[in-house]
Design a protein around this ligand. Structure first.
Ligand SMILES: [Zn+2]
Length: 240
């Protein structure tokens, strides 16, 4: 979910090649396969049978697999919205790579104005919110005699897209929210350097807070939630 990374134009990008559209390669980082299996497993063997008992195992695994694929397609659409906005602003995009926590858009140059930066950053969360609305609408429109798992999957996808949009709006660089904040600061002060410094400082404070809260959660007995927060915090510290 860290969004835009400036890289040299390279015809070959790391990871597994998926497809190419509008001249942009969609790729999967090797770490992604592990996360994919983890999400399928936690949905099919954990969340679904726990929340909606009484179905066959095959039903849970089929629903889990389709829901996970739809979730990753949603992330891909989110990343493509950044890429398309960048291209509209005259910035070349070579590839999108999905990896452990989301995706990276490989652009060949940085945004030249705060306005461009703002539009490239904000379009991602807005796309996720639109997808959340779309899945919510589909869930309402599913005929009553359909399999209940269709509604369950749509509700879940509406919810994860909403969370994805909100998570990305956190004011932590390099998340979209951090970029939005940096663009607004750049716009206000006219100085990209100062905007960079302020947004980096806020990002650092935020990640330290996340790691701290994660530690508190582990101490209080919530191991998975705590580890999740800490790994997000560590990831942000590494990438910022
Ligand atoms: Zn984004």
């Amino acid at each position: 979910m860290a969004e835009v990374e400036i890289t040299e134009w390279r015809p070959r990008q790391p990871g597994f090649y998926l497809f190419q559209i509008f001249g942009i390669q969609a790729r999967l980082d090797w770490s992604w396969f592990l996360v994919f299996l983890l999400v399928v497993w936690s949905l099919s063997a954990g969340y679904l049978p726990h929340e909606y008992p009484g179905y066959e195992r095959l039903t849970y695994w089929t629903t889990g697999l389709i829901t996970t694929i739809s979730f990753f397609v949603s992330i891909l659409i989110h990343e493509f919205s950044h890429a398309m906005m960048a291209i509209r602003s005259g910035i070349k995009v070579s590839a999108i790579t999905l990896f452990v926590f989301g995706g990276v858009v490989h652009m060949t140059q940085d945004a030249k104005s705060p306005r461009t930066e703002l539009s490239i950053a904000i379009v991602g969360p807005l796309t996720s919110f639109a997808l959340a609305g779309l899945f919510g609408m589909i869930s309402q429109m599913v005929p009553e005699d359909s399999h209940p798992m269709i509604t369950i999957a749509c509700d879940y996808l509406a919810w994860v897209n909403l969370v994805l949009g909100m998570f990305n709006l956190m004011p932590v660089y390099p998340l979209d929210g951090g970029r939005v904040f940096r663009a607004l600061w750049w716009w206000k002060t006219g100085s990209l350097v100062r905007a960079m410094r302020v947004s980096t400082d806020i990002g650092k404070g935020f990640t330290v807070a996340l790691i701290f809260i994660g530690g508190l959660q582990i101490v209080s007995g919530s191991l998975i939630g705590g580890l999740w927060l800490i790994s997000i915090g560590m990831y942000m510290r590494i990438t910022s």
